[in-house]
Design a protein around this ligand. Structure first.
Ligand SMILES: *[C@@H]1O[C@H](CO)[C@@H](O)[C@H](O)[C@H]1NC(C)=O
Ligand SMILES: *[C@@H]1O[C@H](CO)[C@@H](O)[C@H](O)[C@H]1NC(C)=O
Ligand SMILES: *[C@@H]1O[C@H](CO)[C@@H](O)[C@H](O)[C@H]1NC(C)=O
Ligand SMILES: *[C@@H]1O[C@H](CO)[C@@H](O)[C@H](O)[C@H]1NC(C)=O
Ligand SMILES: [Fe+2]
Length: 465
């Protein structure tokens, strides 16, 4: 009798739970990353290249609006030369040309930089492999890169995506996993590079070590830079009041080519993608330079030429983690309406040290008095990704809010990188690779259907990747 009553109430309880439990679509991954200290690798793990004054920290980025130019940067530690780079098409080794760099140095508190060289090489052929060489008396360093195909609607192209990388053992792992994928052709970097500002007086030596760490990728393929909060390097107490000083000296961007007045926000076309980079840490309210620039930017996008419209920004607009919660809110309120009206496909952000993917949602109906402030499904809206999971010294952001908000499709507190594989004007495939026991594991993936050409729901697409 007693056991029957117990059984009955258990069933009732279970029933109650099924009814009361909110049934959200999203997944909070059960994977738990093994606890590891988040420490930077010691300085000795970043040896400079061999030879007196050998050029180091070689990095490249797109140098114009369409992909026919590249900016090659390097640092010589002792002498202001070599300040030239020799380059040639892989198929025509006799067609050597020389480009001269502009050379700068900067001081930061007690730190003085090496000679920082930036050479812009223009009028390259599309879809062509080039070699380049920076030669010093005792050392010749040779690298190569490939220009993208001309912008066009059905040009397949593969981007890597990393944010908040830093220079820990985990950062190195993320980078190795990314490099082991031979398909990726260019990097969308979401901000927070070296984390030098976590050291006393922002020890800028840690900018140099970071430059050496990433060279094995960024010397061979362009990294499209987005500024993060760790690039601000503002420190009034030591008299460093010029925001973005180390970043702006080290990481040039082709901002003038897109009519921008600041290297911190700009756009590039690359193959079938139109990429807009925004700065979370520059003014964006109405009438500000960034606001005015972005307003004029959307009408310039021709989806018949570049179907894929992608935004990179450091601070996420949708983030269900306790870390940096709602920091991107003011920018979301300012720009989300434009993003939906213009059918942006994807918004990639960093900043929060975990991974999260949203459904296609928008929250643009609020007008102060109507109470309509809630994200709703919206087939014109982008998917939002948070990829601040590069593995930096500050560790994981593992405090997801409970219950998982309806707009959040998948979230996991791990480190990793992502790949966006654009197939044609309608289809792209996105995969997030977690760092799992020293191996990259594809832990989340989704098809992405283009908002301009094929605005269907892709959530249940079963095509093989
Ligand atoms: C919103 O879209 C997601 C993904 O398609 C779905 O799981 C969810 O049920 C939708 N929510 C509403 C309220 O329609
Ligand atoms: C848009 O791009 C297509 C394909 O390149 C081109 O034919 C068309 O003229 C462009 N439209 C405008 C308004 O520039
Ligand atoms: C806000 O929305 C409400 C409800 O739709 C409407 O009555 C009101 O006029 C709107 N206010 C403004 C300032 O547009
Ligand atoms: C675009 O790519 C998808 C996925 O590979 C494929 O199923 C589709 O047929 C392609 N569309 C065209 C027009 O080629
Ligand atoms: Fe950040």
């Amino acid at each position: 009798m007693a056991s029957k009553a117990w059984c009955g109430s258990a069933i009732l309880l279970a029933l109650l739970f099924t009814i009361v439990k909110p049934s959200y679509g999203g997944i909070t991954s059960k994977y738990v990353r093994k606890a590891q200290p988040s420490i930077d690798m010691p300085l000795k793990d970043y040896p400079p290249p061999k030879g007196y004054n050998a050029p180091e920290q070689v990095h490249i980025t797109q140098g114009d609006h369409t992909g026919r130019a590249i900016i090659i940067s390097w640092i010589t530690p002792v002498e202001p030369t070599p300040d030239t780079v020799t380059y040639w098409p892989a198929k025509e080794p006799c067609e050597k040309k020389v480009a001269k760099a502009s050379t700068i140095t900067y001081k930061y508190y007690t730190y003085t930089s090496g000679y920082i060289h930036h050479a812009t090489i223009k009028e390259l052929e599309y879809d062509t492999k080039y070699f380049y060489e920076i030669a010093c008396d005792e050392s010749v360093r040779q690298f190569h890169f490939s220009t993208p195909p001309a912008p066009g609607p059905d040009v397949p192209y593969t981007f890597g995506i990393i944010g908040d990388l830093g220079q820990t053992y985990a950062s190195k792992e993320t980078l190795s996993h990314y490099i082991s994928n031979k398909n990726a052709q260019a990097m969308l970097f979401l901000g927070d590079l070296s984390y030098a500002d976590d050291y006393p007086n922002h020890d800028n030596v840690r900018w140099d070590t970071w430059g050496r760490l990433v060279e094995r990728s960024v010397a061979y393929q362009p990294w499209i830079w987005t500024p993060g909060n760790h690039e601000i390097d503002f420190d009034q107490d030591i008299g460093e009041i010029e925001p973005f000083k180390p970043y702006n000296h080290r990481c040039p961007t082709p901002y003038k080519a897109s009519g921008s007045t600041s290297p911190l926000w700009y756009s590039v076309k690359r193959a079938s993608a139109y990429i807009i980079v925004l700065s979370s840490y520059s003014a964006y309210g109405k009438y500000t330079p960034q606001y005015q620039w972005l307003e004029k930017e959307f009408p310039k996008v021709n989806r018949s030429e570049t179907p894929w419209l992608i935004i990179l920004v450091h601070s996420p607009w949708y983030n269900s983690n306790g870390y940096h919660y709602m920091e991107g809110e003011t920018m979301r309120v300012q720009f989300e309406k434009w993003v939906v009206q213009n059918k942006v496909d994807l918004v990639f952000a960093g900043h929060v040290h975990s991974y999260e993917r949203s459904f296609r949602i928008s929250n643009i109906k609020y007008n102060i008095t109507n109470g309509l402030s809630f994200p709703v499904n919206d087939s014109s809206a982008p998917m939002y990704f948070t990829l601040g999971d590069g593995g930096n010294i500050e560790g994981l952001a593992a405090e997801f809010s409970a219950p998982q908000p309806e707009y959040s499709a998948f979230r996991e507190a791990s480190f990793g990188h992502a790949i966006l594989d654009i197939k044609n004007r309608t289809h792209a495939h996105f995969t997030w690779h977690r760092n799992q026991d020293d191996k990259p594991v594809a832990a989340d993936s989704t098809w992405v259907f283009n908002r301009y050409w094929f605005a269907q729901d892709e959530t249940n697409c079963k095509l093989p990747a």
